[in-house]
Ligand binder design. Structure first.
Ligand SMILES: [Zn+2]
Length: 48
């Protein structure tokens, strides 16, 4: 058994994608799990 096997949809947990949302422009980086630079505005600050 694993706690990672919980039957939830991708994106079901806001904490999963909040850290991928640019704090400057609000863009969601879908390509990377943990983006370092926003592809839209170049900000390096992401939600937490
Ligand atoms: Zn941005």
């Amino acid at each position: 058994m694993s706690e990672f096997d919980l039957p939830v949809d991708n994106g079901g947990d806001p904490a999963c994608w909040l850290q991928r949302v640019c704090r400057n422009c609000g863009a969601l980086a879908e390509d990377e799990e943990q983006p370092t630079v926003c592809s839209r505005c170049g900000s390096t600050e992401f939600g937490d």
